[in-house]
Design a binder for this molecule. Sequence first.
Ligand code: 6PG
Length: 471
Amino acid sequence: GKADIGVYGLGTMGSALALNLADNGFQVSVANREADWIAPFLTEAGPLGERLQGHEALADFVQSLSRPRNILFMIPSGTPMDVMIDTIKPLLDEGDTLIDGGNADFNDTRARSAALEGTGIHFVGMGVSGGEEGARRGPSMMVGGSTHSWQHLRPMVEAIAARHKGDPCVAHVGPDGAGHFVKTVHNGIEYADMQMIAEIYGMLRDGAGKGADDIGQLFAQWQNGPLGSYLIEVSAAALQSVDRRTGLPVVDIILDQAGQKGTGRWTLIEALKMGQSASAIEAAVGARGWSSEKSLRVAAEPVLTLGAVGGAVPSNDTLKHALLAGRILAHAQGFRILTAASTEFDWSLDLARIAEIWRAGCIIRSVLLDDFAAAFRGDLPDGHLILSPQITQMLQGSIPSLRKVVAAGASLGVALPALSASLGWYDSIRRARGTANLIQAQRDFFGAHGFARVDDEGAFHGDWNMIAPAP
Ligand code: 6PG
């Protein structure tokens, strides 16, 4: 019979998703650009092979699917996706849906949706999180596109998704590029969280002289508490892993230059375009950039003074609470961007549902997301997560630790760019009267840009020659 869904692209993620779909009882057709990947994939599928069929020719692949067709692409984002759309379009019928499950730039997804409008063919940008294991056993999925596509995809994605107490971690978050946008922000938060964990590691390694294994054991303890999360779990496990060749901790033989494929950067580019700033995410992207300037750092170490003013590494408990505060603030920044995008693109994003589908399956899953989901379902003053009673209470307990840790980093010369950026944001938003009055004065002074008064309506200019006489 005809297959329920087609999966094109048998790389790590595509293969895992195809197997997951077959595992859940769906008939799946698969295809791949290099046709010789198909047979080994089917052989390795073992008994699941009876629900899988491979097709070398694109036309056969398309013909093997029940209508309206759902075709999931797990291929490199960018040009390959555009080429694929052009190639497959003539083979499709009205009502068919093409799904891009890769990490695509949501601007591209919007453009592709717009280009297909009026053809009867639907385009879905779907964020998939959880890596290979997630894709195989249960990812978290953020689906964009039309309600028509969602109706047809829903039974399949709900079946294969990760579950949080029975609730599938997948939702139709909004039209066109919304799914990819939400995934992008997920990755931005992922970058910030990874960076903050690395900063605490740096404090313990460079400030306290602790070894990787000790730090890994400490993180493993933190796993059973408010920091419980996939990223703490993998950091603990990674720090305790040993290199076969040297017998040293693996992290000690890994070069300190971080890669990135773009999603973290997109988060802040989009944030800046909307007049927002996700400073913790910015710091995390920046830190990856600086990490790659290895030769500069090597040259700088002996010549740039530490100028340390003395200080001690805070207690493990203080470090733990500082990380919790930083994590809360980075998420709050991420959700602020989602709110801004929801307004900007008229998406009506359901932030509570987004927090809920991030509770399992995805890379940033954590017990904290449980608290966020509850906060979004509860009393949210003006829609601001950071003002919800649950969150303000958690911050009350953890902000003093964040201050101590950021201060210690400053005096010891341990770089904490993301943690200190999150604290800088916190202190900016918690002050009703900020210092932008002086920025406005400066702007008006040299450029006559005008300012608003606290005691009157309208636009005003200062008489900048009227300098008050000395008393
Ligand atoms: C996920 C991850 C996943 C991946 C990205 C980001 O949610 O499963 O975010 O999509 O890790 O490729 O990786 P980079 O660090 O390479 O940008």
